[in-house]
Design a protein around this ligand. Structure first.
Ligand code: HEM
Length: 418
């Protein structure tokens, strides 16, 4: 007997999706007491799934593909056209190998060390400032770090504009209207800029360190031995620069978590690796960033006696899985120590996707993200003292991505005595 997938029976639920944001899927899986339901969003039928078992299904490459799952509007703002997020099969695996080889533990450490050194270099200016907005400082700092680490030259006077463009691409994700168009424009500007750098690299006009992300992307060859069009190489290099800059969002949430749970400051003051690791993981689990992921059914199949038809859009709930009470004890409590006896499943903590990153689309930058958050926590807890004045720290669940409204303001900053 086939099971009937619970159905929203709506002409189109896009307005509710925009209204409920991160909670859209979770509200319905909670209400129907199910891990699956059918709806219509953006003019098409979609099956929404949530939880660990759903994650295992979603990452089965025999059953799902990514090509044609990412709407053009997202390719034209967030990812770039024909980027790694939108391809399958051998070419995906080959490109993924390139990304993974640039993000080894050694690279993660390099980036974290660079970030910590840059944070420390800010202290003299911060000590003289009446106030600083942490999100703005973090995005500028990470844009500089990302460019320096990948080998992309960045003039001091252009850094702010480039950082802004990276962030605008990311914050266009769930937006309609001006924020979306800002993201598209940011993408065009950035692709023009990086395409020029790829061309200069190939022409030998730039001194580029061998093995750097810039050099590797500029000289990458596909499975048929062809060099990428310069635009394509630019798009994939931006797939490294943009998300490094976007770690600013998690750093801002990490500061919020420290403020709301001050007891952890003492634990992190010991610079205990384990404590830093659990805290950074809990920041990535607890706070919303990516809401859900999309893929298309490759060919008809059944799962738990539910029928999935070829070509149907399926959305995996990231936020809901990270807050699933079947997986997490008191999921709406911020508790880093929950990771003490966590089983490291590849399908439970999925802020950056699930499964094995080498074999599917899971984010290759997860280690970098984790290490950069840890370095930033170390800075906030062990290198400076500061005050958090009254400000609007609320964040909206219907804004995707979201952020504390004030961007997290710090005042009375002083270097911590050694
Ligand atoms: C800022 C925090 C980050 C978040 C929230 C994040 C989130 C994600 C998510 C949800 C995916 C999609 C997984 C899937 O489709 O199954 C992804 C893919 C990807 N991420 Fe990240 N990421 C972050 C940081 C990074 C960093 C630091 C890098 C590189 C330095 C990076 C590079 C990529 C790439 C290249 C992909 C595409 C992988 C593929 O399609 O195979 N991300 N990320």
């Amino acid at each position: 007997m086939d099971n009937q997938i619970p159905n929203e029976r709506t002409i189109d639920d896009t307005a509710d999706l925009l209204k409920e944001g991160y909670l859209y899927i979770k509200n319905r899986t909670d209400e129907y007491q199910t891990n699956i339901f059918e709806t219509r969003v953006l003019g098409q039928k979609a099956i929404c799934i949530s939880g660990k078992e759903a994650g295992k299904l979603f990452y089965d490459r025999e059953k799902f593909k990514r090509s044609s799952a990412v709407p053009k509007r997202i390719q034209k703002s967030l990812f770039g056209e024909n980027a790694i997020q939108t391809i399958d099969g051998e070419e995906h695996s080959r490109r993924k190998l390139l990304f993974m080889s640039l993000m080894t533990p050694e690279h993660q450490k390099q980036l974290a060390d660079l970030a910590l050194a840059e944070w420390e270099a800010l202290i003299p200016r911060w000590e003289k400032s009446e106030k600083v907005v942490l999100f703005d400082e973090a995005k500028l700092l990470l844009c500089r770090v990302a460019c320096s680490w990948t080998g992309v030259p960045l003039e001091e006077q252009e850094a702010e504009k480039r950082a802004e463009d990276f962030i605008d691409m990311v914050y266009a994700f769930g937006a309609v209207g001006p924020r979306h168009w800002k993201g598209r424009l940011a993408r065009q500007n950035t692709e023009d800029w990086i395409e020029g750098i790829i061309k200069d690299t190939r022409a030998g006009k730039l001194q580029v360190k061998e093995g750097s992300a810039l050099s590797r992307m500029a000289h990458y060859r596909d499975s048929e031995g062809r060099e990428w069009e310069p635009r394509m190489a630019a798009i994939e290099l931006i797939n490294v620069l943009r998300p490094i800059t976007a770690i600013a969002t998690f750093i801002t949430f990490a500061a919020l978590a420290l403020h709301e749970h001050p007891g952890y400051k003492e634990k992190l003051r010991t610079q205990d690796e384990q404590q830093l690791d659990w805290f950074a993981r809990e920041v990535r689990r607890y706070y919303p960033f990516g809401p859900f992921l999309g893929a298309k059914v490759r060919k008809d199949f059944e799962w738990n006696a539910y029928k999935f038809k070829e070509g149907t859009l399926v959305l995996l709930d990231i936020y809901g899985t990270n807050h699933d009470p079947e997986i997490w004890d008191h999921p709406d409590a911020f508790r880093p120590e929950r990771f003490e006896d966590w089983n490291s499943s590849l399908f439970e903590l999925i802020p950056q996707g699930g499964s094995d990153p080498a074999k599917g689309h899971r984010c290759p930058g997860e280690g970098i993200t984790q290490e950069v958050i840890k370095a930033s926590l170390d800075f906030l807890c062990n290198k400076i003292d500061y005050r958090v004045p009254a400000q609007d720290l609320s964040f909206h669940m219907n804004k995707m991505p979201t952020l504390p409204e004030s961007g997290f303001i710090l005042t009375d900053i002083k270097r911590k005595p050694l």
